[in-house]
Design a protein around this ligand. Structure first.
Ligand code: P6P
Length: 312
């Protein structure tokens, strides 16, 4: 029987893409699949769990949402049960946690970035970086063997790279991540801008100069307050610049090197873009501590370079 002409072309599953296209080592493929399973539960939890604060704070002194705790627990369970994780570092814990020292990989993750936006129903996300071996402190984001993020919006989207391009998947109604787009690219010049930590304009003249330039050139503002959503906008549109730069309140910016800037820097470079702390490529910045913050200028290469020049 001929398939109906309107039937959508067969869409490759995440597992099939990891196996046939990225040709990922089996253990890495299984670990990414286990992480994607945790993301499915988190996606469901966001739809069904009441929003609200848990009454606890994380190592950064930030109020934790109930969903922060639940997402962290779901991911930890899947990492533990995978038997593939030697250690992990997570935004909700102040040190590297050891699981099985003989296991193949270590994972860094922000379980629910932007969780304070759940009550306003904005898109939020999870961020993951994967390193071979047990050590994390002293490693550079360029040593990641994979990075991925999940965006929980009107649709749940997963983006991953194992070093062979950046690929996008959609969670379908039977719980499968199916391929949407392969080899996402970021053009050298930006038409959109996404400026975070604007508190820094007060005492960072270079940042003020960059913002004035974007306004003068009439770039399009796209900013939601969730890093995953705002940087996904750059991957999805194929251009743009996101910044979260230091000022008096956050001297190194608000974002964390290990679980936010590092994985996104890896993905941006894989897509032909760039990610800098204002002076150096973020993929070359060693991890010194789990709670290390890092300025982030990420997106279209030429725009990243231009902003870094203004910040000098
Ligand atoms: P600002 C969310 O809490 C977060 O860590 C990132 O997701 C986001 O980019 C940033 O903080 C928002 O910072 O300066 O807009 O409050």
């Amino acid at each position: 029987m001929n398939p109906s002409p309107s039937a959508p072309a067969e869409r490759r599953s995440l597992n099939s893409h990891l196996y046939h296209v990225s040709k990922a080592p089996d253990n890495l493929r299984h670990l990414i699949l286990d992480i994607s399973r945790a993301a499915k539960y988190i996606s469901y939890a966001i739809q069904t769990t009441e929003a609200g604060l848990s009454g606890t704070v994380n190592m950064f002194g930030e109020q934790q949402e109930k969903l922060d705790i639940l997402s962290d627990q779901l991911i930890q369970e899947h990492l533990q049960e995978s038997r593939l994780v030697a250690s992990f570092a997570c935004e909700e814990h102040d040190s590297v946690i050891e699981l099985d020292p003989k296991a193949s990989y270590s994972v860094v993750f922000d379980p629910l970035d932007g969780s304070s936006l759940v009550d306003v129903n904005f898109a939020i996300g999870s961020i993951f970086g994967i390193y071979a071996g047990k050590e994390l402190i002293g490693r550079k984001p360029s040593e990641q063997v994979a990075a991925l993020y999940v965006l929980y919006g009107p649709r749940t989207i997963l983006i991953y790279s194992t070093g062979k391009g950046v690929h996008e998947f959609l969670l379908n109604d039977v719980g499968e991540f199916i391929l949407l787009r392969e080899n996402l690219g970021i053009a050298d010049t930006a038409k959109n801008y996404s400026p975070g930590n604007l508190r820094a304009l007060e005492d960072n003249p270079g940042y003020k100069q960059a913002l004035d330039q974007w306004l003068k050139e009439q770039l399009t503002l796209r900013y939601s307050g969730c890093l995953v959503a705002d940087v996904h906008h750059i991957f999805s549109k194929g251009q743009g610049i996101f910044t979260n730069i230091g000022g008096s309140k956050y001297p190194r910016g608000k974002l964390r090197h290990v679980f936010e800037c590092g994985p996104f820097a890896y993905l941006a470079e894989q897509a032909g873009g760039a990610a800098s702390d204002g002076k150096k490529a973020i993929i070359d910045l060693p991890i010194e501590a789990v709670d290390q913050r890092c300025p982030l200028i990420i997106g279209s290469k030429k725009e990243v370079e231009r902003v870094c020049k203004m910040l000098q």
